[in-house]
Structure formats: structure tokens, C-alpha cells
Write a protein that binds this ligand. Structure first.
Ligand SMILES: NC(=O)c1ccc[n+]([C@@H]2O[C@H](COP(=O)([O-])OP(=O)(O)OC[C@H]3O[C@@H](n4cnc5c(N)ncnc54)[C@H](O)[C@@H]3O)[C@@H](O)[C@H]2O)c1
Length: 273
């Protein structure tokens, strides 16, 4: 798909990968709606990116609430009249060992990481199918392909996003609407500070939300920049490519996981970078 002149909606656009995507889409000549639950950061980053061309809007939105996602669609249509690219990117990583993951934490992570993607598809994909052109990019993670300890709930939702994306690609075959599934390993963002957006009722400690040292050791690789990831997403949209695997190490870990699976072995710890 040619993207210049098209309209993109990006959730989780006030920080990290989403912010990188919004900036890149604008630079490519698209109109962009930035959506995020963190209002101050959203306003700040939108004014920083706004070049006065009228191609940028910022819409506060909690993707875990289907009514807010439907409003995001309506505001996008009111502003730009169509939607061609949807990046279901908002996500949180409230890491805990599974034995310590309480129901409220599960619900928050599932609401944002999984249902947020599902609501985005439900609100926007029918428009794309009706216009016969569009592309949905779902941000999963390497953690949606390969298991990791200490982030079980996160892994569960990201595996779900991979499965959902694969089903969607099959359902949308021959509609003119493409699907991509973004599965990065480490990207330098504020993901480890996700609890900044957690409902206060969860009583989660404010950032950092997970043991950064252990995760860093586990991943043990250089983080990519959000801009680099955004460039790969643009390439995948242009080429209508499903998998966006950003790190070479993910391929090695996938080979190990697939071998475990085929040979009936229990999960291995991920190979180091
Ligand atoms: N950073 C990494 O290493 C990495 C690796 C793999 C996948 N991811 C995924 O990338 C996506 C983007 O995360 P990031 O790394 O840029 O982190 P980030 O924390 O820098 O950005 C995430 C953005 O999502 C927003 N957000 C959180 N809850 C929301 C909600 N309910 N509704 C709307 N917006 C909400 C946050 O306010 C923030 O602006 C996530 O889905 C994450 O799981 C990140």
C-alpha cells in the first residue's frame, strides 16, 4: 500500500514505539491520530510533532474501554474522513511471577494488551474492509512467540495477540486489508515503567514495575530505537508483510522453541543473544 496521503491511527502514541510510529507516519506524508491514556504526555508529544499542516490530531483514549475506542474511530472519521492504517500498539508490562499475579493485575494487563487490540479491530477493520484498502498492525512482542519467566501474564496476552493477528490475516484474505504482527525484543522505551498508567486501585508500586536487572540480563542485547522499529513497520505495510521480527536473536529463540515443540520437550529458557 502507498501510505502518503493516507490516514493512520496509533494507540499508545505518547511514548516509545507508538510515538516513533506517529512521527514516521507524519514524515511519510500521512495524516495521523495519536491516541493514548496518558493525557499530559499525549498533549506534549503531539504539540512537539505538530508542524501546523493540519495532519495531526491527539485523542485521549483508554484502549481497554470499547466505548472510548469507538469514540476514537468517530473522531478520526470526523477529522479526516477515512482510516487506512491502524496500529494497535498500546501495551503494559506489569511483570510479576505468576504465583504473585493477582486477579486485578491480570484484568488490567488483559484489558489493555489483548482486549485493547480486539476493540481496535472491531471498531476500525470493518471500515477498511468496506473501503477495500487498509492495514492493521498489532504490536505483540517476542514474548508472544517465546516463553519467558517473571512476565507470565504479559507473555499470555502477547501470545494471544499473535494468535488473534494470525486469525485476522486469514479472515481478511482477499479483502484488500493487510495485517502485520510486530514482535520486537528489547526496544528502548518506557515499557518497564508501565505501572505509571495502572489504575490506582491495583496498588502497584510506581515505576519501575519489574526487576529491570533480571530482564536486562535475560534479554542481554542492545535495545533498538523506536524510530528503527517504526521504519520496519512502514516497510511491512508497504510490502504487505505479516511478520515484523525486529531482532535476529528472536529467530534463534524461535528455532529452539520450535525444536522443543516438535520433539515434545518442556520449554527451555531462551537462548542468550
Ligand atoms: N519496549 C520493548 O522492549 C517492547 C518489546 C516488545 C513489545 N513491546 C510492546 O510495544 C508496545 C508499546 O510499548 P512501548 O515499549 O513503546 O512502551 P511505552 O510505555 O514507552 O509506551 C506505551 C504507551 O502506551 C500507553 N498506554 C498504556 N496503557 C494504555 C491504555 N489503556 N490505553 C491507551 N494507551 C495506553 C502509555 O501511556 C504509553 O504512552 C506495547 O504493546 C509493548 O508491549 C515493547
Amino acid at each position: 500500500m502507498d501510505i502518503a496521503g493516507r490516514v493512520a491511527v496509533v494507540t499508545g502514541a505518547a511514548s516509545g514505539i507508538g510515538l516513533g510510529l506517529a512521527g514516521r507516519f507524519l514524515a511519510e506524508g500521512m495524516s495521523v491520530v495519536m491516541a493514548d491514556v496518558e493525557r499530559e504526555a499525549l498533549e506534549r508529544e503531539a504539540s512537539r510533532l505538530d508542524d501546523g499542516s493540519g495532519r495531526l490530531r491527539a485523542v485521549p483514549c483508554d484502549v481497554g474501554d470499547p466505548e472510548q475506542v469507538a469514540r476514537l474511530r468517530d473522531e478520526t472519521l470526523a477529522a479526516f474522513g477515512a482510516v487506512h492504517v491502524l496500529c494497535n500498539n498500546a501495551g503494559v508490562a506489569g511483570g510479576r511471577p505468576l504465583l504473585k499475579t493477582r486477579p486485578a493485575l491480570w484484568r488490567w494487563i488483559v484489558d489493555v494488551n489483548l482486549l485493547g487490540v480486539a476493540y481496535g479491530i472491531q471498531a476500525f477493520a470493518p471500515l477498511m474492509v468496506a473501503q477495500g484498502v487498509g492495514h492493521v498492525v498489532n504490536t505483540a512482542s517476542e514474548a508472544g512467540l517465546i516463553p519467558a519467566p517473571l512476565v507470565g501474564a504479559y507473555c499470555a496476552t502477547k501470545y494471544a495477540v499473535v494468535g488473534l493477528s494470525e486469525s485476522l490475516a486469514l479472515e481478511l484474505e482477499n479483502t484488500g486489508v493487510g495485517v502485520s504482527c510486530l514482535c520486537p525484543e528489547l526496544v528502548s522505551t518506557r515499557i518497564f515503567e508501565s505501572t505509571r498508567n495502572a489504575p490506582p486501585a491495583l496498588g502497584l508500586p510506581q515505576p519501575p514495575s519489574i526487576p529491570i536487572d533480571q530482564i536486562a540480563q535475560l534479554m542481554n542485547t542492545t535495545a533498538l530505537s523506536p524510530d528503527d522499529v517504526a521504519g520496519r513497520v512502514v516497510d511491512a505495510i508497504r510490502e504487505n508483510r505479516f511478520w515484523i521480527i525486529t531482532h535476529d536473536v528472536t529467530h534463534r529463540r524461535l528455532r529452539q522453541r520450535n525444536a522443543d515443540l516438535e520433539q515434545g520437550r518442556s520449554p527451555s529458557h531462551p537462548v542468550q543473544a
